[in-house]
Design a binder for this molecule. Structure first.
Ligand code: CP
Length: 346
């Protein structure tokens, strides 16, 4: 008998609204149970976590979520205690890489019941990053569910936690309520996974999504188009405003994030020069005063007084720590989903 394909979470775009809504509701249920709610629903299951990039929240919340469901979790940091991994096919492996991704994922699939993988953007090959080629390669090799712990273009675990944070903060009816995704200056050219996922998340909630950024920092057109379609389907809309102060008018959620210019993806020196021109794009108390007492969100880590002022982060309007707390509850819902556990067993 042929086995059904593993239930991956590569990004929410591949899953129907009813699964997204069920995961969102389940995240809120876990939140109501609190941070010390342990069960045995996933006993005898194991989760392997493979990080090609650093993490504080994703790693700890996913490990703890597995443990709280009764499962076992192991974290591997690629290249630190593992063999260096080769991604390319058909190469003569006579360099520093001693293990191919095909064997690494093939072997881990033999041991674990699901694999979480973090593999960021190359930031040198836009087409590869946009199509999440490395993550999809892992999903093709794996014989168990793969959970995207932040890929080149998407961060679905963060998106689910963010959605639950907003529902908890604003209540159920989010149609037409203003969510501002604000570009912010950062000394490094950051990837687009979080802004892409935050945009799609707010659109799927039916909010009025305002994306504000300086010229030259446009998000991927296909992602924008999908967000517009999702927002329209849910009774919301997506607009772009290049004036940050204007964008903040009437906002109920301000979500700050830095990202690199995709137009200068392969020209890092020119990209840095362009970015430098917009050092003043920082969330300040004056900007927040233009909002409707908006809550301030950020996925973290955040650079204080570069992306956002201390006075905003330390104010009652900042809900970034609660947002981070929701990561644990979202991870539990995601593990239940990929493992077909209740309420995802029907
Ligand atoms: N927001 C987030 O994914 O945090 P980490 O990079 O610390 O996991």
């Amino acid at each position: 008998m042929e086995l059904p394909p593993p239930r991956h979470l590569l990004d929410w775009q591949y899953l129907d609204d009813h699964i997204w809504n069920a995961c969102l509701n389940r995240t809120l249920e876990h939140y109501r149970q609190g941070k010390n709610a342990y069960s045995h629903v996933a006993r005898n299951r194991s989760l392997g976590l493979l990080f090609f990039n650093p993490s504080l929240r994703t790693r700890t919340s996913m490990e703890l979520a597995a443990i709280q469901l009764g499962a076992h979790a192991t974290t591997l940091v690629a290249g630190q205690g593992t063999w260096q991994i080769e991604w390319r096919d058909g190469v003569v492996m006579d360099g520093p890489e001693a293990e191919h991704i095909r064997e690494a994922i093939g072997v881990l699939s033999q041991y674990y019941d699901a694999l979480g993988v973090r593999v960021f953007a190359s930031q040198t090959d836009y087409a590869q990053d946009r199509d999440d080629v490395l993550l999809h390669k892992i999903a093709q090799i794996a014989t168990v569910p793969v959970i995207n712990l932040e890929s080149a273009f998407y961060h679905p675990c963060q998106a689910l936690a963010d959605a639950a944070t907003i529902v908890d903060h604003l209540g159920g009816n989010l149609q037409g309520r203003r969510f501002v995704l604000s570009w912010a200056y950062h000394p490094r050219p950051l990837p687009m996974a979080v802004p892409n996922s935050a945009l799609l998340m707010a659109a799927r909630l039916g909010m009025e999504v305002v994306v504000t950024h300086p010229p030259g920092f446009e998000l991927d057109e296909a992602v924008m188009e999908r967000a517009r379609c999702d927002a329209t389907r849910q009774g919301g809309r997506v607009i772009v405003v290049h004036n940050q102060a204007e964008a903040f008018e009437g906002a109920e959620i301000v979500y700050a994030k830095a990202w690199a210019s995709r137009l200068l993806y392969t020209h890092p020196e020119e990209e840095a020069k362009l970015r430098q021109q917009y050092r003043s794009w920082r969330v300040t108390p004056a900007l927040m005063a233009r909002t409707r007492q908006a809550a301030f969100m950020h996925c973290l880590p955040v650079r204080r007084n570069v992306v956002v002022d201390d006075a905003v982060l330390d104010s009652p309007q900042a809900i970034h720590l609660k947002e981070a707390a929701f990561r644990l509850y979202a991870q539990k819902a995601i593990l239940e989903y990929v493992w077909h556990l209740p309420p995802f067993d029907r």
